[in-house]
Design a protein around this ligand. Structure first.
Ligand code: FES
Length: 164
């Protein structure tokens, strides 16, 4: 993550034109990977747009994030084919397994959870992707097992790093 001192230059070119808030937020997110509180305070200070309004815009648009992205991105398909094959049950099970809602990042920073409209592999419904890997014909139990595998691997890496 880059330091706050190198905040996106677009902020300093702000001339008060309407419609500049979204590009500023996009710029901040591109810079930090999410929109940190200090960025919101700074944008509010420069633009005189109340912080509450800025939060309103951030939470309205799904493209904006208030938390850093997790190490692994989990995308559950909720498109038609996956929906009729039980995607909702899968979403519930994965939210329960990870302890986060869709759009959230786990406390340990390992996973960020999303839903998507179609992964382009409808014959494998219900499907999800973890990073670049597609997993299809999933049951809730199979999805939990997969995620536990990722978690176990991360724990092993930590143990390996701390071992002298
Ligand atoms: S609807 Fe889920 S992969 Fe297409």
């Amino acid at each position: 993550m880059r330091s706050f001192e190198s905040f996106p230059f677009e902020l300093w070119r702000y001339d008060g034109s309407p419609g500049e808030l979204i590009p500023l937020l996009q710029s901040a997110q591109e810079h930090f990977g999410y929109i940190p509180r200090r960025a919101i305070e700074t944008i509010a200070g420069v633009t005189s747009i109340p912080e509450s309004s800025i939060y309103g815009v951030i939470t309205f648009y799904s493209q904006f994030r208030l938390q850093p992205m997790g190490r692994h991105q989990v995308r559950i398909c909720t498109g038609t084919a996956c929906h009729v094959s039980g995607a909702n049950v899968l979403v519930d099970a994965i939210q329960d397994e990870l302890g986060v809602e869709v759009g959230g990042t786990t406390q340990d920073g390992l996973f960020t959870l999303f839903t998507v409209a179609c992964l382009g592999c409808c014959s494998l419904a219900p499907a999800m992707m973890i990073d670049d890997e597609t997993h299809g014909r999933l049951t809730p139990a199979a999805a939990r097992k997969l995620l536990r595998g990722y978690r176990r691997k991360a724990e092993q890496e930590v143990r390996h790093e701390v071992r002298p």
